[in-house]
Design a protein around this ligand. Structure first.
Ligand code: PBG
Length: 327
């Protein structure tokens, strides 16, 4: 006879509820949403079944519904028209541009929601990179660090002026958190938070997102700034730098293949930690479910719980409405 019987603690649903070590509620979720120009537009995204690009009027209506399910946090990703893209992503600072109008409209209609602006050049850049691109003498492209940081800080300041509650630099340039914090503070935006994409890996799981925004790099890849998936200690280094430069919350991205990184970051810093359950992770479950390979809702909940179990305080996920509904 076994002397220990762990199964006794699992013998009924009520006991399992009592002893569950991890909880997930809709207040832990941040919903990444895609915004496009126009009126009454909903453009479904082929590689992200169930997700769309919304024009601002419809997005605002949707948020009224999502709010009822407890979703208060929205990360905004604008789809910039090709003709507005240039090597410096100038459109990212346009006072009357899509993102500016979106933030203002949503904040007017929903003063109770929390908005996150993405800080990186790629949706605005004719090169499709997160920073400024230059070709060196040998014809190899380089992403300029310090010049990019200067632009990114200006972009963050604009987003704060338009009303973003958080700016979220996803570009992985060195020193951008400090530069952004300094510029925000100089202009009185001491309450605008910085959610740093600190450990962002060069991942194949961003495919559907790049399709949604048509933002894939035109040449080269992002490996000189995003992290190498083989590295672990480097993530802790990136996180420490960002915290020292003033990050209010740090993030790991993608989520599922990097739960080890998430757990160790959680143990090593005292700021909140977020995880981005990225587009490819969402697509995997969606397409597997559509093919009848697994139960979508159960798989979704298992993944979201795994992030909480590994230490995530906040989860960015395209599953936010589906999960909130379930919860
Ligand atoms: C760009 C950015 C990316 C994502 C968020 N911000 C893509 C990339 O780095 O190429 C990916 C999100 C997702 O896949 O859901 N700075």
């Amino acid at each position: 006879m076994p002397s220990e019987r762990p199964r006794r603690n699992r013998r009924s649903a009520a006991i399992r509820e009592l002893l569950a070590e991890t909880c997930l509620t809709s207040s832990h979720l941040i919903y990444p949403v895609f915004v496009c120009e126009g009126k009454s537009v909903e453009e479904p995204i082929k590689t992200l079944p169930g997700q769309s690009r919304w024009s601002v009027d419809l997005l605002s209506k949707q948020i009224s519904e999502w709010k009822k399910m407890g979703l208060k946090h929205y990360a905004l990703f604008p789809k910039i028209e090709e003709k507005l893209k240039d090597p410096y992503g100038k459109e990212s600072q346009n006072e009357n541009g899509l993102l500016a109008r979106t933030i203002k409209t949503l904040k007017d209609a929903h003063p109770d929601i929390v908005l996150y602006g993405d800080v990186a050049l790629d949706p605005y850049s004719s090169d499709g990179h997160d920073g400024i691109v230059r070709k060196n003498k040998n014809g190899v492209i380089e992403i300029l660090n310090d010049e990019s940081v200067e632009l990114l800080a200006k972009m963050a300041l604009k987003q704060a002026e338009w009303g973003a509650d958080w700016v979220a630099p996803s570009d992985m340039m060195d020193g951008r958190i400090g530069a952004i914090r300094t510029l925000l503070d100089q202009h009185g935006y001491t309450d605008t938070g910085i959610l740093a994409y600190s450990a962002k890996y060069a991942s194949s799981f961003y495919g559907p997102f790049r399709e949604a925004l048509d933002s894939a790099p035109k040449a080269g890849d992002k490996k000189t700034y995003q992290m190498d998936p083989r590295n672990h200690r480097e993530a802790l280094r990136e996180v420490k730098l960002d915290v020292n430069e003033g990050a209010d919350m740090v993030m790991v991205k993608p989520g599922l293949p990097y739960l080890d990184i998430l757990a160790d970051i959680k143990a090593s810093v005292d700021v909140p930690v977020a995880v981005y359950n990225v587009s490819g992770e969402y697509a995997m479950i969606k397409f597997a479910a559509l093919a009848g390979a697994l139960d979508e809702q159960a798989a979704m909940m298992e993944c979201l719980i795994s992030f909480r179990r590994a230490g995530a305080d906040a989860i960015l996920t395209y599953f936010a409405p589906a999960a909130a509904k379930f919860l």
